[in-house]
Design a protein around this ligand. Structure first.
Ligand code: CP
Ligand code: NVA
Length: 318
């Protein structure tokens, strides 16, 4: 029944198993089919609903589901009844009769909550205005595969207090990674998310810091992360753009980080706005590893949520 089904609406929904899922995904990436045809989504169909554009999320879900033996069905907002002649809850009930899982990219976070509350199959948030858990999974996977102990990791965010930062700080807090975010005054992350992250950080020992000073955030950082200043669905406000003066990740700013820092961005990037070409294209940039890891991390999440027995069985092979 609905309350027994696990969903992923924000990354802290899977806090207890997060590290295990990332380690599973790293192992799968290295060895997708150990000694037999591993198709844990065989005979399963996953519906992927998009109300906003997507390149990475759409392609990584379609290819990942196919690799697992499942059938991805991409459902674009203009092609389905939901939101026009049918409610989200009725759509959830109908899709649950056909599908084995649903991914949903939406505007307000309450929309994916409503879909999950009325579905009897797992629902994965493929980005809402408040959360982007699949991105955080890929991001921390990228860090973890470079540094399996996570020792010495210091994440610095420079930019908007947005959906990507919300799940990034939660993910860092779950794994015990220190995280500092530099945001302009008035563009802080949501207080309820910071509170949740602080609760997680108490358990893991990670240090969370907010500042308005980008140099303070990146000093000694092992990773610098930024995202667009204006997210999908937001008005292109002149005032907002003005507030981000001094928040560009450029060659001067990154000189305060560790020499071996990694530059991170969820993409798509607006080159010349939040980041310079020089930083995006530098040897320190891991942005395309992050993009690739969207698929591997989501493979881990899909198997964990849609076929937990196969998730465990894969681990038993080692
Ligand atoms: N990072 C990310 O979610 O990219 P898309 O919008 O292309 O899916
Ligand atoms: N913050 C951005 C992320 C895009 C992947 C947005 O919501 O538009």
């Amino acid at each position: 029944m609905a309350d027994e089904v696990k969903n992923l609406l924000a990354i802290d929904d899977i806090a207890d198993d997060f590290r295990g899922i990332l380690e599973w995904a790293i192992r799968y990436k290295q060895d997708p089919e150990p000694d037999y045809d591993f198709k844990p989504l065989d005979e399963m169909s996953i519906g992927c609903i998009y109300e906003k554009p997507s390149t990475r999320t759409r392609v990584s879900f379609e290819v990942g589901i196919h690799k697992l033996g499942g059938q991805p069905l991409t459902l674009l907002k203009n092609d389905i009844q939901m939101g026009k002649s049918e409610t989200i809850s009725d759509t959830a009930a109908v899709l649950s009769r056909f599908l084995d899982g649903i991914t949903y990219r939406c505007f307000g976070h309450e929309m994916v909550e409503e879909l999950a509350n009325n579905s009897t199959v797992p629902v994965i948030n493929a980005l809402s205005a408040k959360h982007h858990p699949c991105q955080a999974a890929a991001d921390l996977m990228t860090i973890l595969e470079r540094n399996p102990s996570l020792e010495g990791e210091k994440m610095a965010w420079v930019g908007d207090g947005n959906n990507v930062l919300h799940d990034l700080m939660l993910a860092c807090a779950i794994l015990g990674v220190d995280c500092t975010w530099a945001v302009p005054a008035g563009y802080e992350p949501d207080a309820d998310i910071v509170k949740r992250a602080e609760e997680l950080a108490k358990k893991s020992g990670s240090k969370l810091t907010e500042t308005n000073n980008p140099i303070e955030a990146v000093s000694g950082a092992s990773a610098i992360y930024t995202d667009v200043f204006i997210s999908m669905g937001e008005d292109h406000l002149k005032d907002k753009i003005k507030a981000f003066e001094g928040f560009q990740v450029n060659e001067d700013l990154v000189s305060f980080a560790r020499d071996d820092y990694v530059f991170m961005h969820c993409l798509p990037a607006h080159r010349g706005d939040e980041v310079t070409d020089g930083v995006m294209d530098s040897e320190n940039s891991v942005v395309f590893d992050q993009a690739e890891n969207r698929m591997w991390a989501q493979i881990g999440l899909l198997v964990y949520l849609c076929n937990p027995a196969a998730f465990d069985a894969y681990l038993d092979l080692y």
